[in-house]
Design a protein around this ligand. Structure first.
Ligand code: 5GP
Ligand code: ZN
Length: 119
C-alpha cells in the first residue's frame, strides 16, 4: 500500500530504529537526522515517516506531510542557527540528479557559502 514501510529501504529502517542515526528533531510525521557524509557544517536530512520514493510523489499523495517536511527543514535551520546566514533545502529527484535513496528526503545545508547555480 502507498506509504507503507519498505523492507529494503534504508530510511524506513532509520524511522523504525533498525539502523541508528543521529536524530536532531522528530515530529508526528517526520524525522530529521545528520547526513552520514556531510557536505557542509550543517547537513541534516528531513524525511517523512511514510515511504514515498521522492518529494513530488509524497506531495501528490500526502500534501500535509510534504508541508511538515518543509516546516521541519526550517526548524532544523533555526535550531542549527543557519537561518540568519542562509541555507538551502535540496530535493534530489532521480538518479541523474544525484538521488541515491528512494525514500523522500530534504537535505538542509548551511554553515558555509553556497554557490548558485549548484553543480
Ligand atoms: P540523495 O543522494 O538520495 O539525495 O541523498 C541521500 C543521502 O543519504 C546522502 O547525502 C548520503 O550521504 C545519506 N546517507 C546514505 N546512507 C546513510 C545512512 O546510513 N545514514 C545517514 N545518516 N545518512 C545516509
Ligand atoms: Zn522508505
Amino acid at each position: 500500500m502507498a506509504g507503507e514501510p519498505q523492507t529494503d529501504c534504508l530510511f524506513c529502517k532509520i524511522v523504525s530504529g533498525d539502523i541508528p542515526a543521529t536524530i536532531v528533531r522528530e515530529s508526528d510525521t517526520t524525522v530529521a537526522f545528520r547526513d552520514i557524509n556531510p557536505q557542509a557544517p550543517t547537513h541534516v536530512l528531513v524525511i517523512p515517516k511514510v515511504h514515498y520514493p521522492d518529494a513530488a510523489t509524497l506531495a501528490a499523495a500526502e500534501p500535509q506531510i510534504a508541508a511538515d517536511v518543509l516546516r521541519e527543514a526550517g526548524a532544523v535551520a533555526a535550531d542549527e542557527k543557519v537561518d540568519g546566514s542562509g541555507y538551502r533545502i535540496i530535493l534530489n529527484t532521480g538518479s541523474g540528479a544525484g538521488q541515491t535513496v528512494f525514500h523522500a528526503h530534504a537535505h538542509v545545508l548551511g554553515g558555509r557559502g553556497l554557490q548558485w547555480p549548484p553543480g
